[in-house]
Design a protein around this ligand. Sequence first.
Ligand code: ADP
Length: 244
Amino acid sequence: MAKKSKSEGESMYKERTDGRAFDELRKIEAKVGIIPNADGSAMYKSGDTVAIAAVFGPRVMHPQHSQNPQKGLIRVNYDMMSFSVYERKKPGSNRRSQEISKVIEWALENCVDLSEFPNTVVDVFIQIPQADAGTRVAGINAAAMALAQAGVPMKEMVSAIAVGKMDKTIVVDVDKDEEDYEEGEGATDIPVCYLSRSKKLALLQLDGKISPQELKKALEMGRKACEKIYQIQLKALKEFEEAE
Ligand code: ADP
């Protein structure tokens, strides 16, 4: 049998474009209580991606036909600001923002307990003032802190990160340069979201190709990254409480 040449098995992606280690997160900043009018709010910055979240409620759900007499609901509105990307984004909702809103809603539903608030809604507004990939996961991290500050009953916290595969290399916290990588097998983008106590996956999306073994490794790296992010979220919440 012909021996497999070395280059066949080796990844072409040997160094990250910004010099980070493969499991290294971008520089993170997190702040709770940034919007006085909201019941809860937070900012989460990862490198050049910035997300802000504002939470209102629980309050009576309108329209009435959307009410659930068994429990309160969570409603997410995600959008990127026009100036968030290099080429101006057309203002307002589009298919992408609607899909991301829904996906974030599903992730956050796992951590809140609104059984004591029938017929109500908790509105979560997520805005992206600056985007350099990973906006949905930054939005989830900001929203989780904002929900906690608002005092919405939570079973556990939730933390999110985009892992990825550049050619054959698994990396954590994909930025826009990496997302656009085209050499070899190209880029695979995998936003994941882990619950803090049960360690369960609350979100898994996959855009690209990956083998089961590579996915296993990517999820493990994502879980470790989410543990680091959880500590940062807790610290930001504590700093807010201490400043009150
Ligand atoms: P995420 O931001 O969660 O990674 P996508 O994979 O859809 O979601 O987007 C990746 C990145 O592509 C965004 O973070 C942003 O930097 C860029 N992007 C998304 N939509 C647009 C747009 N309409 N114009 C320019 N850049 C965009």
